[in-house]
Design a protein around this ligand. Structure first.
Ligand SMILES: [Zn+2]
Length: 66
């Protein structure tokens, strides 16, 4: 759980890829996250090594959808 100043992992919603996720308290299932944008609750997040990697991924995703 240590933080690195030079390598900041970006965690995003596994449903809409928004970085606006918050910890969500479950009862007995452990750690979960809720997305502030789509309200999706998930156990896993998708991690990117940097904000640039996320932006690049979203661009590719958008291109492939159009
Ligand atoms: Zn989301």
């Amino acid at each position: 759980m240590g933080e690195h100043e030079t390598e900041k992992i970006i965690e995003v919603c596994s449903n809409c890829f928004s970085p606006r996720i918050s910890p969500y308290m479950g009862y007995e299932t452990g750690k979960r996250f809720i997305c502030q944008d789509c309200k999706h609750i998930s156990v896993v997040t998708i991690e990117f090594p940097s904000i640039e990697a996320l932006v690049s991924f979203l661009k590719d995703k958008r291109d492939s959808e159009n």
